[in-house]
Design a protein around this ligand. Structure first.
Ligand code: NDP
Length: 386
């Protein structure tokens, strides 16, 4: 019997919700491109409930306990004495969400001799030391596509909110003001701007598709070029590198995974090559940007705005400079954890667990590391240090 350790974010401060804003969720047929939605044998939760917090338990307890397994759920993940560290010692499986990442460092993997499977309930497994997972034969899997559209919607929201100066304008209303000039002195139309994405994978392409009707000029860079018919349909300009693309863009959105090639990519030098007054949106991973270079660029006016939902570390400390820098539209890491997305990644997590517990293959599109190598989706999008 297996011990499954699940690290989830805390319940709301007012307690686990008894009611919800809406009665149901739209039913989707599948993902763009034809990938099927998660296919567990069953689920024990009501779609639309809060599943990603500690009391939501990703809807896994009934299923796991009925089969005789042990499920431990905690939000306590920081420091050596944390519940995560204690429980990890004899855990077979760790489940974690990028929003509240249980950092599976090389040292922790060393200290977890039973660990065989690390599941990311979401997308983005950079909180797992993939080289260490490869060395120790730990399988790493994530629920590919579960929240790609959720993030793409968040990106579009953040682009519009920065360009149109939405958040400061809303603040004037909350403060009882009617300060139109204060609101509009930094407000522009997106129409006609050049918008570029670093990476055009599931999220990046979904962002491009959603922005096309805004009559903007669309750009992208990616290690693999999109099919010619997609480039023509969306009137895309491809650039061979990020450095080639960013100088022509008014808005840049980052949608690449964090790995050695992308870490620290947006440093002082790259940001200095951007147009004065460009907007930078990063919902991918914080470490793709140099934290202090972003602050400097906002203070100097090189960037007109920065928004995103990814920080390092997570949760971000109270004095993290991105909380107080000018002209930002940051949220906590929430874009991929809407109630809609939670339903899909809870079902996907169960699908992965069912496969693993029954000795059946995990879908290739969910695999990041298996059998001591990058595998499946991981072999396509990630790189290792070695
Ligand atoms: P995909 O794997 O579909 O797409 C990633 C794309 O990035 C691929 O097309 C890949 O290229 C490309 N890429 C990798 N390295 C580079 C590079 N050095 N330069 C340019 N392009 C590169 O992933 P998703 O679109 O689903 O997700 C992207 C990332 O977004 C995730 O890795 C995760 O970090 C983040 N994310 C954030 C969420 C949030 O809640 N904020 C939720 C979900 C994801 P190719 O395959 O062509 O080699």
């Amino acid at each position: 019997m297996a011990k499954i350790l699940c690290v989830l974010y805390d319940d709301p401060v007012d307690g686990y919700p008894a009611t919800y804003a809406r009665d149901d969720l739209p039913v989707l047929d599948g993902y763009p491109g034809g990938q099927t939605l998660p296919t567990p044998s069953a689920v024990d939760f009501t779609p639309g409930k809060l599943l990603g917090s500690v009391s939501g338990e990703l809807g896994l307890r009934t299923f796991l306990e009925a089969a005789g397994h042990t499920l431990v759920v905690t939000s306590d993940k920081e420091g050596d004495g944390s519940a995560f560290d204690r429980e990890l010692a004899d855990a077979d499986v760790v489940i974690s969400q990028p929003f509240w990442p249980a950092y599976l460092t090389a040292e922790r993997i060393e200290r977890a001799p039973n660990l065989k499977l690390a599941i990311t309930a979401g997308i983005g497994s950079d909180h797992v030391d993939l080289d260490a997972a490869i060395r120790h034969g730990v399988t790493v899997a994530e629920v590919t596509y579960c929240n790609s559209i959720s993030v793409a919607e968040h990106v579009v929201m953040m682009i519009l909110s920065l360009v149109r100066n939405y958040l400061p304008s809303n603040k004037w209303v909350l403060d009882g003001g009617w300060n139109i000039a204060d609101c509009v002195a930094r407000s522009y139309d997106l129409e006609g701007m050049d918008v570029g994405t670093v990476a055009a994978g599931r999220i990046g392409l979904a962002v491009l598709r959603r922005l096309a009707p805004f009559d903007v000029r669309l750009h992208y860079t990616d290690r693999h070029r999109l099919p010619r018919e997609v480039e023509e349909e969306l009137n895309l300009t491809w650039h061979p590198s990020t450095a080639d693309m960013v100088p022509v863009c008014d808005v840049v959105t980052i949608n690449a995974p964090l790995h050695p090639e992308t870490e620290g990519m947006f440093d002082d030098k790259l940001i200095a090559s951007m147009k004065r007054g460009a907007y930078l949106i990063n919902t991918a991973r914080a470490k793709i940007c140099d934290r202090d270079a972003v602050v400097r660029a906002l203070e100097s006016g090189r960037l007109a705005g920065y928004a995103g939902d990814v920080w390092y570390p997570q949760p971000a400390p109270a004095d993290h400079p991105w909380r107080s820098m000018p002209h930002h539209g940051m949220t906590p890491h929430i874009s991929g954890s809407s109630l809609s997305a939670q339903t899909r990644y809870a079902a996907g997590t169960r699908e992965i667990l069912e496969c693993w517990l029954e000795g059946k293959p995990i879908r290739d599109e969910y695999l990041i590391v298996q059998g001591g190598h990058l595998a499946g989706a991981g072999a396509h999008s990630y790189s290792t240090k070695s």
